[in-house]
Design a protein around this ligand. Sequence first.
Ligand code: NAD
Length: 297
Amino acid sequence: MPWWRGRPVCCPGDDRLKAAVIGAGTMGRGIAQVFAQSGHDVVLTDMNQEVLPSALKNIWDSLERLRKKSLIEEEPSQVLTRIRTVKQIDEIGQNDIYIEAIFEKLNAKMDLFRIIDRIAPKSSIIASNTSSISINLLSTTVKAPGRFIGMHFFNPVPVMKLVEIIKAERTEQSTVESVVAIARGLGKEPVTSKDFPGFISNRILMPILKEAMLCLQEGVSTAQEIDRTAKLGLNHPMGPLELSDFIGLDVVMDIMEVLYTEFGEERFKPPIILRNMVNSGMLGRKSGIGFYRYGEE
Ligand SMILES: NC(=O)c1ccc[n+]([C@@H]2O[C@H](COP(=O)([O-])OP(=O)(O)OC[C@H]3O[C@@H](n4cnc5c(N)ncnc54)[C@H](O)[C@@H]3O)[C@@H](O)[C@H]2O)c1
């Protein structure tokens, strides 16, 4: 039995896992970083090869900031020796855990899991970082759904403590225990959830983001004033509009679409203001413009 099945991960450097991360965008690069920071060997890939160098640079910058704050002991260059990038999915090889962090699109994820299933050894765990897509549905793509699970990290991954662990109907309890142990070993706090749309976090968050967008759409106040209200009056660390920009407006819309389709309830329907912004390429921080402008100050 592999060491990580049901046993707590000990300490960085010991009991090294081989982890594959597919998708090197906002989340994938963060997930690759936290695995490498905890002493595991990581292979990172993306269908857009141009993303890989910027992902490594971004990881280096993040590690450098953590090191300056004395939050990690190792030099960034040392941590990066444990991250290998590959240009093709067929090159990810045999790993203990596969974590998917690609676009929030059902068909793209289903196709990818079929490929991963052909490559992955029988003992490995296959996980999705999806924010809203059914883990039960995704688990139908693999031969052994008992090893399939949701492992939902939060943005920015190196900073945010929470990992939602989502058990599908056929996920084995030993897989849940292993992933809980792996998450704790990464310094995270796991919570477990049933496979309900949006799990716990996005089911609560999306209506909040939507209502803030509607306040702006209806001219109740400005983006700044709406965010200031949430921060100073509701004690939220970030305003809902700046948080939407931070997550990525395309990602927020995709999550709302899934919740709206699954629950069929108006509270999850993406507002027009969000559709218009996404359709015009205003995706938040990553595109330089969303509810706010970035990179000019
Ligand atoms: N952004 C967030 O705050 C956040 C938080 C938690 C979970 N998530 C979830 O994480 C996943 C990724 O989100 P993100 O924000 O990192 O998106 P992103 O757009 O920043 O990155 C996605 C990456 O996946 C790559 N990709 C797409 N299809 C691929 C394929 N078939 N094979 C390999 N690479 C592929 C893209 O080229 C892109 O670089 C989504 O499921 C999202 O819902 C996002």
